[in-house]
Design a protein around this ligand. Structure first.
Ligand SMILES: [Zn+2]
Length: 453
């Protein structure tokens, strides 16, 4: 039996497949007009959609040397870091086929900062605000910024971000001083100074302005629709201590959210002095807490209890001794079939390298020799710093610590490359964390180490 719904679903799915086929053909042929008609905000094809060989439109256009098409796709938001099943990005494909003008177009599109900033920048790591840490003690200066017309507020409620309610383009919903002044006047909410700059995301409700906008972040307590009219302010609160909802923001906004959320979470948890238990006051524009007891030991000498915490985590992609496989593990709380890099909190008095070797050995029984630094990632849940490393195994036998992990295995480059290309919603086979996670980037960099088409 086939219901009317089944028939219309089938028709819709055929139409979608037809649209996708036209989109990929247009990318291969360099037909920008058809790409415009089939993709974009108001059409159904996602610009980063993959064909059956996991090639994106950007890869197809790059393969065939269509410079204008590549330019259009990049300007429409196509992700130049995606890889096909063989581990190649669009730039590598263009370079392999000697399409120098396409390579130049992709390079030009990368932010100006990338010319001088050669390291890999992870999600939550892109923060264009100048923190102005040297001005935080200048109360008069910071107070004067709070009420300026151009100043923008990033608002949290119980550490949930106030975000635009346009689900097609989730973005921070920045508010002006006029929009928050009554709310801030009525209670003792935590306010921190973020810095100066120009954070460009999707919030079209905000006028564009000069690059010297001041940003503040505030964590509201005990609010309701009457005290804070979310709907008329065109937003909603998201991300209750949970990473995925905050990973839908534009990359340009993620860094400032990491800064704001980590510092506000610290204020939320450190209201009393860790030295004597007395209440503390917020100071230095939100980057210090001072004990109210004048006789407290924390007022003398160096006391790191007064400053926001950062908890370092070593995260390692371990390569087998023959270089052909990598070690991934899964925790019980992971979605089915998902494996990731091994990681653990560093301990006091421990080097990053020793922490990495210890965690890998404790969890998997594999001994690691040489280690190389890859990149780092702020992780604001609540204040971790992920330190990403590539490790070279000196033993290959696995003995899983069942308390920490459910399983750990060696995976081939092909298995990992396919999982990276297939995405997080893959219906079978290995699943790896999404591209926003540093684990994904570590795996990707290993797959790319010695790839060929
Ligand atoms: Zn104290």
């Amino acid at each position: 039996m086939t219901s009317k719904d089944d028939v219309s679903n089938l028709q819709a799915s055929n139409a979608q497949n037809e649209m996708l086929a036209r989109f990929f053909r247009a990318a291969s042929d360099g037909d920008v007009g058809t790409i415009r008609r089939t993709s974009g905000l108001f059409n159904s094809v996602d610009i980063d959609e993959r064909n059956s060989n996991s090639w994106s439109a950007l890869m197809l256009a790059s393969r065939n040397g269509h410079k204008e098409t590549v330019d259009h796709l990049l300007n429409s938001g196509a992700d130049s870091t995606l890889m096909n099943k063989s581990g190649q990005t669009a730039r590598q494909i263009a370079s392999f086929w000697n399409h120098d003008s396409v390579v130049a177009t992709i390079d030009k599109f990368l932010s100006p900062k990338s010319k001088t900033r050669l390291e890999h920048v992870n999600y939550f790591g892109t923060n264009s605000a100048d923190r102005q840490s040297y001005r935080r003690k200048d109360v008069e200066y910071v107070e004067s910024l709070k009420c300026q017309k151009s100043t923008k507020y990033i608002v949290f409620s119980d550490l949930q971000l106030f975000r635009s309610n346009d689900n097609r383009r989730p973005s921070i919903r920045f508010l002006s001083y006029d929009q928050v002044k009554d709310i801030l006047a009525n209670a003792n909410h935590d306010i921190i100074y973020i810095g100066n700059g120009c954070i460009t995301g999707n919030d079209t409700a905000v006028e564009s302005e000069a690059s010297n906008t001041a940003y503040f972040a505030v964590n509201l307590k005990d609010i309701n629709e009457e005290k804070f009219p979310s709907e008329s302010l065109k937003g909603e609160f998201i991300g209750k201590g949970y990473a995925p909802t905050l990973m839908l923001l534009p990359k340009e906004e993620a860094g400032v959210v990491a800064q704001a959320r980590s510092v506000l979470a610290w204020h939320d948890r450190y209201r009393f002095c860790p030295t004597c238990g007395t209440e503390t006051n917020i100071a230095e524009s939100g980057y210090k807490r001072i004990c109210k007891d004048a006789d407290c030991r924390s007022h003398q000498g160096v006391h790191n209890t007064c400053f926001p915490r950062i908890d370092p985590v070593a995260i390692v992609l371990v390569i087998s001794s023959d270089g052909k496989k990598c070690l991934l593990g899964r925790q019980r709380r992971f979605p089915p079939r998902m494996y990731s890099c091994l990681a653990g909190f560093m301990e006091p008095g421990e080097s990053i390298e020793d922490a990495a070797r210890r965690e890998v050995f404790e969890e998997s029984g594999v001994k690691v020799g040489r280690l190389e630094y890859h990149s780092s990632q702020p992780w604001p849940f609540p204040g971790q710093l992920m330190i990403g490393l590539i490790g070279h195994a000196i033993t290959d036998d696995i003995e899983v610590d069942q308390v920490e992990l459910e399983d750990a295995k060696w995976f081939t480059k092909v298995e990992v490359a396919e999982a990276l290309a297939a995405g997080f919603k893959r219906s079978e086979g290995l699943i790896v964390p999404p591209k926003h996670a540093i684990a994904h980037q570590l795996q990707k960099s290993w797959v790319q180490m010695s790839s060929n088409l």
